[in-house]
Design a protein around this ligand. Structure first.
Ligand SMILES: Nc1ncnc2c1ncn2[C@@H]1O[C@H](COP(=O)(O)OP(=O)(O)OP(=O)(O)O)[C@@H](O)[C@H]1O
Ligand SMILES: [Mg+2]
Length: 264
């Protein structure tokens, strides 16, 4: 289903197989319950007669109930991976598991808030569900509260900042009971205070929820401080994943290496 609040799907996505063998859902890795599991995923784009490999044997597991950040240089395949997780792109091979329901929130806040007020916009996404008026009201209020926008529920959306619009979109996903939020560079177009408002709202949502997992794509190293863990991608696959401290150290070393390479 394509809602006004980005792509929302109520089904778990289990995708891919090698040689036609049905894949096994990895909802656990070891003893840990995971919300996202990517196993040896390859994904190619076709350009004229050329096949362009974009995701290359990509692997990543994200534990349930965590805010996980995905970093990497421009063009390494972060958005492609996120779109594959959302079900918008089909891997060539490998296995994907995403707990459901899941929602994808896009980069540009103006592309996803369509109704006149925050409250109406969040309610709009519930239109296809068989809910009573009271149930809709309750979900809308709870979701707006979760992202800190309850007081702005009646404000015309054109008076909201970009970050507030992103939070309306996230509230929409929460109202639809999404268990996985796929968030692609939500803060790109935002100023610093708006940026922090969004990342703090997602942090609160994940911490205050029963098992909501957020995968947050970013280039901004300072956002890592809000995460429970992170992965770093290069050239179509994840080269490092784990604690924020480990990934941050790795990125800072990369930046130093790059600065040295251009200082001659
Ligand atoms: N529809 C497409 N057809 C052909 N190539 C594509 C298509 N979409 C993306 N690509 C290419 O795939 C590669 C990965 O793109 P992707 O958008 O996933 O990177 P990214 O890591 O999200 O980059 P950024 O940090 O700039 O957002 C890039 O080389 C891009 O040009
Ligand atoms: Mg991208």
């Amino acid at each position: 289903m394509q809602s006004a609040l980005g792509l929302h799907s109520s089904t778990n996505l289990v995708f891919g197989s090698r040689k036609g063998v049905p894949c096994v859902v990895r909802a656990h890795v070891g003893a840990e319950r995971v919300s996202i599991d990517v196993q040896n995923v390859n994904l190619c784009f076709q350009k004229d007669s050329n096949v362009l490999p974009i995701l290359k044997d990509c692997c990543m597991s994200i534990p349930e109930g965590k805010l996980w950040m995905l970093l990497g240089p421009n063009g390494c395949g972060k958005s492609t991976l996120l779109k594959a997780l959302a079900g918008l792109l089909k891997p060539t091979s490998g296995k994907l598991y995403v707990a459901g329901p899941k929602s994808f929130v896009f980069q540009n806040p103006d592309h996803q808030v369509v109704m006149p007020t925050a409250e109406a916009d969040v309610a709009f996404g519930l239109g296809n569900l068989d809910l009573t008026v009271e149930e809709v009201r309750c979900r809308v209020m709870k979701s707006l509260e979760a992202v800190g926008l309850l007081e702005l529920s009646q404000r015309p959306v054109q008076t909201l900042s970009g970050g507030q619009k992103q939070r309306v979109a996230i509230a929409g996903a929460l109202a639809e009971c999404s268990k996985v939020l796929l968030l692609d560079e939500l803060t790109t177009f935002l100023d610093e205070s708006d940026q922090m408002g969004v990342v703090e709202a997602v942090r609160r949502v994940v911490s205050g929820s029963d098992g909501v997992t957020a995968l947050w794509v970013t280039h901004r190293l300072e956002e890592l401080d809000y995460a429970d863990g992170a992965s770093y991608m290069e050239n179509g696959h994840v080269v490092l994943g784990g604690s924020v401290a480990k990934v941050k150290k790795f990125v800072l070393e990369k930046q130093e290496e790059y600065k040295r390479s251009i200082s001659f």
